[in-house]
Structures are given as C-alpha cells and as structure tokens.
Design a protein. Structure first.
Length: 332
C-alpha cells in the first residue's frame, strides 16, 4: 500500500475527507476562532456577556440541546458517513409514542458511528425511524468550551447528567437519548479486531429505563474499533495510571492511538477508511417502576440487555466481523 495519498482523486473522496476533517478538527478550530475574537478589544463586552450566559443562564445542555434540523441535514454529514463507509442496519420499527434509551457499543476511540447515526442525519435516522428524536449525550465539560458547545448543541447533543436524561425522556413522545455506555474506560480497550465492552458495572442507564419506563435499544457497531490502531497500555505501566488519573479528574481519558492523515495513509488523527455497520436492535420493553428500583430489578434487566447484545453479535459477526481476532467479551 502506498504511504501517501495520490494527488488525483475523485472529488467525492475529497469531499468525504473534508467532512471527516471538519469534525476531527472542530474542537481545535472553534477554540482558535474564539481566542482570535478575544484579541479584538471591541468584542470584549460581547465575549464577557457570552461567557456569563454560558456559565449562569444557558440551560440547553440539560434540556435536549439546541437542535437545528437544517444543521443535522447538512450534506457534509452524508459525505462523513460515506467516507468509511457506514451502514445502518435496522432490526425493527420503533413506536413514536414511546421513549427510548439507545445503548451504543463499543465506544471506540471517539464514537464516530454514534455521531453519524444519532448526532446527524448522515445515515437518515429520522427517515428510518420516523417520530423518534434522539439526543446523543456527552460529558457536561464539553459544554463549557466556547463555540464548540454551540456546534454540538446545534446537532442536538446534550449532557449525559441524570437531570438531562430525565428532562429529555419526559419531554414528550419519541424523545429519546443515546448513551455510549462504555465511556472513557472502554476506549482504552478499543483494539482492532476485538469487541471488549465495559458493561458489568454500568447500571445507571438501566435505572433510568426503569424509573422512566423507557425501552432499551441495544446498538452494536461492527468496525468501530477498527478505525484506529490502539497502542495498548499494560495495567502496571505509568501511562495506564496517568490515563486513569486523567479519567478520574477530568471525566475522560485519551488512549494512545494512531490513524491516518489527510495526505498519508500511515499516521495521523484521521480515522482509517474501514467499513462500519451499525445494528440497531429490537427494543426491550421496560415497565416503569414506582420508587427506587431494587438490586434484583436492575440486575435482571441488565442480564436481559446483555443477552440481547450477545444474540446480536452471534447473528451478525460472521457477516460484519469476519476478520475478528476474538469474540465479544464483557470485560468489566
């Protein structure tokens, strides 16, 4: 394989790369724009008012984002999905009169399949599931970053806090949330050819389902872990302990990884062009419980959810993960 990308490529491929680069570099260029504005003294009153509004008044992150459908429909998101390419597999219809919690697996390095499926219309989610309005949830800290927060709010992203989840699920029929269940810890196990899920102790989304009577929808992305090369870190190494400290303090961690570049195929922050198949499973009906769910109720629903995930894996693994190096594992 050539190391560098050829000079002549179809314009469609250039547009696909540009769309992915727009997202990968989003945090960087929005921060640069903000700091540039800070150098213009005539804008200081506006900037101060904007920061005060973020810190004291704006409740959008806890109330479903500030979703702009025209932004979600931007043609660039379709090029984004075509870059890999990504494919959405629908196992069944969803009743728009109900609310749902989509559990997305695996986290991968940066959950690109979750973004394409639930954060945009790159895979035509609204047409495939009419009446369902998903909010892709992320860390509250992301909404403290000027301009970047407005970018993801426009996509309909919201905070993953308990308050945010309950506000969305109670906001009307079809209002749903997507939680990347494995979180930062799972990103440290995102090795190509594997599917190691951090799920044993993840009961928060199970409790949300029981308290709100929201159906659970397991979502399994075949190929998410193949988009980057992960440099594994031994649990006894200094780097692993630094990553765990970072996760404890900041709420997220950054695995050591490598992808490709815009003009080369061997190193960089861009994901590799490898297919991703996102399977949205059948909903697991959940009866609303009064009061706090018991440990037995939580564990019973969790087992049912994990069993459905395993069934989905067995159903599609030979078709969508023929080059796997191991089977799906629930590691912690």
């Amino acid at each position: 394989m050539a190391i560098f990308a050829p000079i002549r490529l179809p314009i469609k491929r250039r547009l696909q790369t540009a769309a992915v680069l727009t997202w990968i570099a989003c945090l960087g260029y929005t921060s640069m724009i903000f700091f540039y504005f800070c150098t213009i003294k005539y804008l200081w009153p506006v900037i101060i008012a904007y920061l005060l509004w973020i810190l004291m008044f704006d409740q959008a992150p806890d109330h479903g984002g500030r979703r702009f459908q025209c932004f979600r429909n931007w043609i660039g998101w379709r090029y984004f999905a075509q870059y890999f390419p990504m494919t959405l597999i629908k196992e069944g219809d969803l009743d728009p009169s109900k609310n749902y919690i989509f559990g997305y697996h695996p986290h991968g390095i940066i959950s690109l399949g979750a973004l394409a499926t639930f954060g945009t219309e790159g895979l035509n989610f609204s047409k495939r599931f009419p009446g369902i309005k998903p909010r892709l949830l992320t860390l509250q800290s992301n909404f403290n970053i000027p301009l970047y927060r407005d970018f993801i709010l426009a996509m309909g992203c919201a905070s993953v806090s308990k308050e945010s989840c309950e506000n969305i699920l109670k906001s009307g029929p079809g209002s749903s949330i997507t939680i990347v269940v494995g979180g930062a810890q799972e990103s440290l196990a995102a090795k190509p050819g594997t599917l190691d899920l951090t799920l044993k102790k993840r009961l928060g989304f199970i409790k949300l389902a029981l308290v709100n009577g929201a159906s659970l929808v397991p979502t399994l992305a075949f190929g998410e872990n193949d988009l980057y090369e992960l440099y594994s870190t031994e649990h006894t190494s200094k780097m692993y302990h630094i990553q765990q400290l970072m996760k404890k303090v900041l709420g997220f961690t950054m695995p050591m990884f490598n992808g490709r570049g815009v003009f080369n195929y061997e190193f960089g922050l861009m994901p590799r062009r490898r297919p991703v198949f996102i399977v949205i499973g059948q909903p697991i009906h959940v009866e609303k419980v009064e009061g706090a769910p018991t440990t037995e109720q939580l564990e019973a629903l969790q087992r049912k959810y994990i069993d459905e995930l395993m069934t989905m894996w067995d159903r599609y693994k030979d078709k969508y993960a023929p080059n796997r190096t191991q089977e799906l594992r629930i590691i912690e």
